[in-house]
Design a protein around this ligand. Structure first.
Ligand code: SAH
Length: 234
């Protein structure tokens, strides 16, 4: 009998935003893997683990794996290869494995790197959908992110270019993830366009949540990785 791997979406931070299906999979899994980042001071920080701690899930089966910074591709690939091997051995023993992801597991998620390796090894993998951060952010601010004929574009900060900002905001709402990666272009653009509406969010659904629509306050802010920006003309 072989087991199954579930790629489980945890939602963006607020424990109640996990789905019932995801919670049931976590409860019945033999091992739950959480991605984390190694700290210079030792230890590993993991937002996925932080979310799990607030849920009725046995902590004893949670394992955090450190993924090297995204720029160190080779080291990251090695970490995924190692973890994939470990998971495949357990699946062969019939174990049910959950691999967690913040927000939704198939939306700009590093869960993808593991998923593609497991699939290539013919391992049964299932995905459990979840609430992505930008949807939770909009809800927290009472924002109807797209209505009627409006269009929406979601991009990561590292693909932001001036022309894109200029051309899209008049026609559609723009959601920018990984804000610091695009700030060199976004900051001057925002300063030149005070007529647009800006919604800046950090750490939605956590005790450190920050939200502002005040352009000068946003521009004074040091952008953090767990932030997103919604720009619209209306
Ligand atoms: N899979 C996630 C996205 C991961 S990519 C999802 O479905 O939302 C990481 C980016 O997600 C961050 O740079 C930030 O833009 C956004 N993000 C994730 N959690 C967030 C949160 N709690 N508050 C604000 N932004 C968040």
């Amino acid at each position: 009998m072989t087991g199954t791997v579930f790629s489980v979406s945890l939602g963006p931070g607020e424990p109640e935003l996990i789905t019932l299906k995801a919670l049931n999979v976590l409860k019945s899994a033999d091992v739950i893997y959480c991605p984390g980042t190694a700290l210079a001071t030792g230890g590993v920080k993991s937002r996925a683990r932080d979310i799990l701690q607030a849920l009725p899930v046995d902590e004893g089966k949670v394992q955090v794996y450190a993924v090297p910074m995204s720029k160190q591709r080779e080291a990251a690939n090695e970490a995924y290869d190692r973890l994939c091997g470990e998971i495949l051995r357990q699946v062969a023993e019939g174990k049910q494995i959950a691999v967690t992801a913040e927000g939704d597991a198939c939306f700009y998620s590093s869960a993808y790197y593991l998923y593609e390796r497991l699939q290539a090894a013919d391992c049964p993998v299932k995905m459990v959908a979840g609430v992505p951060a930008f949807i939770a952010a909009a809800a927290a601010a009472g924002l109807h992110i797209a209505k009627q004929q409006e269009r929406l574009l979601v991009i990561p900060g590292d693909v932001v270019v001036e022309e894109l900002l200029e051309s899209v905001v008049s026609k559609r709402t723009l959601v920018i993830m990984k804000v610091p990666l695009g700030e060199a272009i976004m900051r001057p653009f925002m300063a030149r366009h005070p007529e647009l509406h800006y919604h800046y969010f950090e750490q939605v659904g956590t005790p450190d949540e920050f939200y502002s629509t005040d352009l000068s306050e946003i521009l004074r802010r040091k952008f953090t990785y767990f932030s997103l920006l919604v720009i619209s003309a209306h």
